[in-house]
Design a protein. Structure first.
Length: 149
């Protein structure tokens, strides 16, 4: 994990340290994220992207190539973070993937209503989790074409 956020590839918003560590380890091992930033709650995730003094229509503080977002987080949950990201003209083009343990239909539906790019339920088994994170990284970091920032 890099502390230099100027060229962030992935913003991981995840409150569970075990899940965050495993996700970061998988992405790094597969060379899918040289520069990943971990936010432990929704407020930290939004502060990373927008900064404290952001005004709509202004420049984003950071524009990661991908946001991996958990639904259940403290301070602001992932759905609130998603809503804020997708309601801002500059941030709404950032791909957001919900990587969560929530199988609740209302969470899934709400995320798609807000414009989430993908919704993935975290597998419980280590090997299945590792494969899921690898596939997400391969698709969004290597296969998916994104507008130039």
């Amino acid at each position: 994990m890099s502390n230099d956020a100027t060229d962030t590839q992935i913003l991981l918003a995840e409150d569970d340290p075990h899940d965050a560590e495993l996700t970061m380890r998988v992405l790094k091992k597969r060379n899918l994220a040289d520069n990943l930033v971990w936010a432990q709650d929704g407020v930290a995730a939004l502060d990373f992207v927008f900064g404290a003094d952001y005004q709509p229509g202004g420049d984003l503080r950071h524009k990661p190539k991908l946001v991996l977002l958990d639904v259940k987080m403290p301070k602001l949950n992932g759905i609130q973070v998603l809503e804020r990201l997708k309601s801002d003209a500059a941030a709404k083009i950032i791909p957001v993937v919900m990587l969560t343990s929530s199988r609740e239909e209302r969470d899934l539906l709400r995320c798609y209503e807000l414009g989430v790019n993908s919704y993935i339920v975290k597998p419980v088994a280590f090997e299945t989790f590792t494969e899921a994170v690898t596939q997400v990284g391969l698709y969004w970091m290597l296969r998916n074409e994104q507008p130039r920032h």
